[in-house]
Ligand binder design. Structure first.
Ligand code: AHR
Length: 308
């Protein structure tokens, strides 16, 4: 394969393939599958050897993967962390091994910021705010209480925490917007359907709005809403996050009202960061992926452009 030959500062060029160990948190959603594919393709393109491990939602498995990368003597380690907390001990092991660490996609809660070189990913708080601002605008002429059901992602994961906070901060502008029901549904379509079904059984027609922390849960919820005899996008306003092709198709059909984009295509940014690290360059501590919101009004124009 086309090994990347790296010039490291004023030292000799590194005449071997650069090795990147990547601990992916799981394969729960279409977003995650697109993210994994983007990283695999970009590594190939850059001539970087990728050691890939899927932790299937287990932080413990992520620790094991990281330890195996240290043993293997990789040049760089990247982690997409399943939850926010509990990372400092393993990161210290990485630091002691002298391996630079990249955090991908989700945030880690750390007191010692020297434990990683860069965090590459989206601003989940801003995504939540965009969702909330859309809702304020959408409901501006509707009087009275507006009841919102929320399908949260994985408990303790930064997208769940920050999307929830950003959304609440945006809607508090209007007291009539209330979070009526809120449960985690693990970012999966299956759980999204189950939890939405239970919301409908408990509250039925009282729910006006659904805010789903990702598209997979929204797609599951749409099935539950239809089975309950209601019209998604009309009887219940639906907002979700990610921007997958399937969600766009639902938006074109009028079953989802708005989708906040969360871009999974982090591969090229990651490989660039790896190569720059190997050249001895300093990276920015935070690399934010630019994204926007799409609504039922713009969905038709955009659906064909979706890559994931
Ligand atoms: O961390 C990003 C989130 O994780 C995506 O929004 C969701 O689909 C995925 O599972």
């Amino acid at each position: 394969s086309s090994a990347a030959v790296i010039q490291t500062g004023d030292t000799e060029p590194l005449n071997r393939q650069v090795k990147l160990g990547f601990s992916q948190l799981g394969s729960e959603s279409d977003w995650r599958l697109a993210n994994t594919k983007s990283i695999e393709e970009a590594a190939k393109e850059a001539g970087i050897e990728l050691l890939f491990k899927n932790a299937e939602q287990s932080q413990e498995k992520q620790f094991e993967a990281v330890r195996s990368f240290i043993k293997e003597g990789v040049d760089v380690i990247a982690i997409a962390p399943v939850v926010e907390t509990g990372w400092e001990p393993i990161l210290r092991e990485v630091q002691e091994a002298g391996i630079p660490l990249l955090i991908l996609d989700r945030k880690m809660e750390l007191t010692d910021q020297s434990l990683y070189v860069s965090f590459i990913g989206s601003d989940f708080y801003e995504e939540g705010r965009m969702a909330g601002r859309f809702l304020l605008d959408k409901m501006r002429d509707q009087p009275g209480e507006i009841r919102i059901a929320e399908l949260r992602g994985t408990e303790g994961a930064s997208p769940s925490i920050d999307r929830g906070t950003g959304f609440r901060d945006a809607i508090k502008e209007r007291a009539e917007l209330t979070i009526y029901a809120s449960e985690p549904a693990d970012f999966t379509q299956e759980r999204g359907k189950e939890v939405m079904r239970s919301f409908l059984q408990s509250y039925g027609d009282e729910i006006d709005v659904l805010f789903a922390h990702n598209d997979d849960m929204a797609l599951g919820a749409i099935e539950a809403v239809e089975e309950h005899g209601l019209r998604p996008g009309k009887d219940i306003i639906i907002i979700s996050v990610d921007g997958t092709r399937q969600a766009f198709e639902m938006m074109v059909e009028g079953k989802i009202n708005a989708v906040v984009e969360c871009n999974p295509m982090l591969g090229p940014n990651v490989m660039q960061a790896v190569l720059e690290l190997m050249e001895g360059r300093t990276l920015p501590k935070r690399i934010i992926t630019p994204e926007r919101i799409y609504t039922e009004v713009t969905a038709e124009r955009e659906v064909a452009n979706r890559k994931y």
